[in-house]
Design a protein. Structure first.
Length: 244
């Protein structure tokens, strides 16, 4: 096959315009697009589409799907009421992303989840989240850094023998960190394969190699930690049927 098409799920926002009403936009960070290209794929932005049949047509164009970062997952999707620490949510976007997950599972499309993407996929597979790290009930490190996105903030320890460890070629890496929520219970078929020393889950994966999920933002680290490009190369290899 040629360069695999990687569908990148979009986020939504309203931006103010001078002297006029807000402008509604659909977007994905250019860093995701560049990372997919650098990994050997062709990025395709998938706008939030409430019409299920139209959404299915879009997903059918993809060889793999990237679930990027973004706002919090609406806790109704894992059976909880909103916590006072909850951030911005968008249930219409959540439903669209969950439909993308169902499509990927049904059609065996490889996927990579990043930050919110990890949390959303975990919820879609029956897992749950802490709505804020303080709800863990134990002290946490800083997980929402104030430095630039390419700054390597903390150490993440990888499970020996995991697919993630094989892809990165390490059992410990430094990453950036930009989240206030984290996985509570892993979803069906997912296992924890990385964490920080404070016990916060930093990566999940499936036994069959279809799903790779990381809590940090590898797309922002391609220069400061070039090994992170391997996550995108791995996604492309999985689309080609080339497993580690």
């Amino acid at each position: 096959m040629g360069r695999p098409i990687i569908g990148i799920l979009s986020s939504r926002s309203d931006i103010p315009l001078p002297g006029g009403p807000n402008l509604s936009i659909e977007y994905a960070s250019v860093a995701y697009c560049r990372a997919v290209v650098r990994g050997g794929g062709t990025p395709l932005l998938l706008p939030v589409t409430p019409e299920p049949e139209l959404a299915e047509q879009m997903f059918a164009q993809c060889d793999g799907i990237l679930f990027p970062g973004g706002v919090d997952v609406d806790p109704r999707f894992y059976g909880e009421a909103p916590d006072p620490m909850l951030g911005t949510v968008d249930s219409t976007m959540d439903r669209f992303w969950l439909q993308a997950l169902d499509f990927a599972l049904d059609h065996k499309l490889p996927l990579l989840g990043i930050c919110r993407g990890m949390q959303l996929v975990n919820v879609g597979l029956g897992g749950s989240l802490y709505q804020d790290l303080v709800r863990r009930g134990v002290p946490s490190y800083l997980h929402s850094q104030k430095q630039s996105r390419d700054y390597l903030m903390h150490q993440v320890k990888l499970t020996p023998g995991s697919r993630l460890s094989a892809v990165l070629g390490e059992e410990s890496v430094y990453t950036n960190t930009m989240h206030h929520q984290c996985v509570k219970e892993p979803g069906k078929g997912l296992k924890r394969v990385a964490q920080t020393d404070d016990g916060v889950p930093e990566a999940l994966e499936s036994e069959d190699g279809q799903i790779m999920l990381v809590q940090w933002h590898p797309e922002a680290l391609l220069e400061t930690e070039p090994r992170m490009c391997r996550l995108f190369e791995d996604l492309i290899e999985r689309c080609r049927g080339e497993q580690q």
